[in-house]
Ligand binder design. Structure first.
Ligand code: AGP
Length: 612
């Protein structure tokens, strides 16, 4: 999820572009760049690292390059998906015929397009999917940028939000969108375009949001929108009524809430291009393992910390349940100091959103020393764990800013289900069952959307929890990791002491703590184990603990058994994990908000624990 800004008008473009990038830096910040129209040519500057590095570089060439006089340009701050965060991979990408382009999204058929363009004589200087786009536009360019972009996009599969300029068309920007937002800010004889309104509201609150397959030509204050079929399109302008602070967070009060609501899109990005519906299988090329090598693996050993470890538990259950191979989750620090029994028939999967967690990195190194096959399940491209494992699967969930991990968890679970499918299809799972499994995974974004629609209802329920200081979360089977994750969310952002327990474990000690001031959150999704957990609920209520149930929509038995409930859509338990967790993410968020806690930066916590 990258940041895009473009400007065409009467003012100097550089300040508009840099200020816009700074407002979007939360979207991606591993490299940044600009392309500016100057005296009939293009000046392109790109730097690794934050926008400040780019600003310093531009300051250094003002006066000599003429960029201070430029009134038209594009800019980008990158969240790497294809190719590590290097200067060469930073956007804008350019073509020899004096075009420059920035992109947010994923070009799924970039490899095929790269081959065709190479055969046509194009040379590539980066590892990105985006560079394919600028050469594709170039191959269609005959002096009309709008036409060239429109033609090129017919060949593109995947998602894009793009902005493009040509040296030979002064003052002209062309933008387009499919799956990644582009908003056009309408000013007096000027236009600011961006991937997010946060970069626009400083200049105007009148905005036009492109729809999928829209292409727009902008020149000063003139905006012409067309479809990919080159037909004129009318898009009504809307008033952006965000506060400045809210704009930083895409209109949400906290990054955590924004990231909770991003989950349907994040999961779509995670599974995009990785599901083979016809063969009922997953396409996980990043594992770089042939079916025969996969068949040789005798155990999946998962290492991680915190939320990543909780997600790993779902993976453990799924590979055992569907692939019939042993799965085991280890707390990364424990793994590295325990002299574990690990060998060449083990696949050690290191799960880490940041890719920098010290304990998980150490576990990777220990596993490699013991001869295991190691892979990473990481969100940050080019991070240390991603590089040191050398193989794995990127989440593509976009930057997760809030310390409390939310969309990373549901994306991790989505990938783990795909890994379980991959192993299962290499063992006893039939093609038909695999096709059904693919549909179950593809249904995840819709399940999450149905929970998000209950946000206000969950906020009201959270209001009854605000005064408590202690709580338990209980679940069984696939729902046990959900209990752990729900408890972790509540404790880390609301500071209410919350313990996640296997539902059957409560009576082996913790039940001594139950009384009316100690509520219990019970995972009661309809499926195997629910009846036993209903029995545990009765045991809790017999000790006067109020019980909040996560129950399946329409399950009257479960609804009647609890003192309050949050309903989630029906789903098989291995995928019910995701909507149930989202319900508990929203629950924890609203309890913390009502307690006035510093939700995005809770006390004592860091987003990435890079020390032991
Ligand atoms: C989860 O909300 C916490 N932020 C924390 O437990 C986190 O999951 C853990 O530190 C692991 O981080 P990683 O996924 O970046 O390795």
């Amino acid at each position: 999820m990258c940041g895009i800004v473009g400007y065409s008008g009467l003012r100097p473009a550089v300040p508009v572009l840099l200020n816009g990038l700074k407002r979007l830096e939360y979207r991606g910040y591993d490299s940044a760049g600009v392309a500016l129209q100057v005296d009939g040519g293009l000046v392109v500057e790109k730097r690794e690292g934050k926008v400040a590095s780019l600003a310093k570089a531009l300051g250094g060439i003002e006066g000599s390059s003429g960029i201070e006089a430029s009134t038209c340009g594009i800019a980008h701050t990158r969240w790497a998906t294809h190719g590590p965060p290097t200067r060469a991979n930073a956007h804008p990408h350019v073509s020899s015929r004096r075009l420059a382009l920035v992109h947010n999204g994923i070009v799924e058929n970039h490899a095929a397009l790269r081959g065709k363009l190479r055969a046509a004589g194009y040379e590539f200087v980066s590892e990105t999917d985006t560079e394919v786009l600028v050469h594709l536009v170039d191959s269609n360019y005959a002096g009309n940028l709008l036409e060239a972009v429109t033609e090129a996009l017919h060949d593109v599969e995947g998602t894009y939000g793009i902005a493009c300029v040509a040296a030979d068309e002064p003052g002209v920007l062309v933008v387009a969108r499919r799956g990644s937002p582009i908003v056009i800010g309408l000013g007096e004889e000027e236009t600011v375009v961006a991937s997010d309104a946060a970069a626009i509201i400083k200049h105007t609150r009148q905005a036009v949001y492109l729809d999928d397959n829209d292409v727009a030509r902008i020149e000063g204050g003139e905006v012409e929108i067309r479809s990919l079929d080159a037909m004129p399109v009318t898009r009504a302008a809307a008033e952006i009524d965000w506060s400045d602070d809210a704009a930083e967070k895409g209109g949400y009060e906290h990054y955590m809430l924004k990231e909770i609501f991003e989950q349907p899109e994040a999961i779509r990005n995670t599974i995009r291009g990785r599901m083979d519906a016809d063969r009922g299988n997953a396409i996980l090329s990043g594992l770089n393992l042939a079916p025969r090598e996969l068949a040789e693996i005798r155990r999946l050993l998962i290492v991680g910390c915190g939320t990543s470890m909780n997600a790993g538990l779902v993976g453990e259950y799924a590979v055992e349940d569907f692939a019939g191979i042993p799965g085991e989750v280890e707390q990364a620090a424990d793994f590295r100091y325990r002299n574990p029994i690990v060998g060449s028939r083990d696949l050690v999967l290191a799960i880490s959103q940041s890719g920098e967690t010290a304990d998980t990195l150490a576990a990777v190194r220990e596993a490699k020393d013991k001869g295991a096959l190691v892979a990473g399940l990481v969100n940050v491209v080019g991070s240390t764990i991603a590089r040191e494992t050398g193989r794995g699967i990127y989440l593509h969930a976009g930057p997760e800013i809030s310390v409390a991990s939310t969309k990373a968890f549901t994306s991790q679970v989505s990938v783990l289900l795909m890994i379980a499918l991959k192993f299962a299809r290499g063992h006893r799972m039939s093609r038909e069952r695999g096709m059904e499994f693919v549909r179950e995974i593809e249904a995840l974004p819709g399940l999450v959307e149905r929970v998000l629609a209950r946000n206000d209802e969950i906020a009201a329920i959270a209001g009854r929890f605000v005064e408590f200081e202690h709580s338990f979360f209980i679940g069984r089977g696939y729902l046990y990791p959900v209990a752990l994750e729900g408890a972790l969310k509540l404790k880390e952002i609301s500071y209410i002491h919350a313990e996640g327990y296997h539902a059957a474990e409560l009576k082996h000690g913790p039940i001594a703590l139950l009384e009316k001031r100690v509520p219990v959150v019970a995972l009661l999704n309809d499926g195997p184990g629910k009846d036993k957990t209903l029995g545990n609920v009765a045991e809790c209520q017999a000790r006067s603990s109020p019980v909040l149930g996560i129950v399946t929509e329409g399950d009257e038995e479960a609804r009647r058994a609890v003192d309050g409930c949050i309903e989630v859509p029906p789903a098989p338990l291995h995928t019910a994990v995701v909507p149930a967790t989202v319900a508990l993410q929203l629950f924890a968020y609203h309890v913390a908000r009502l307690r006035g806690c510093a939700i995005d930066q809770p006390r004592n916590l860091a987003k990435s624990v890079t020390v032991e």
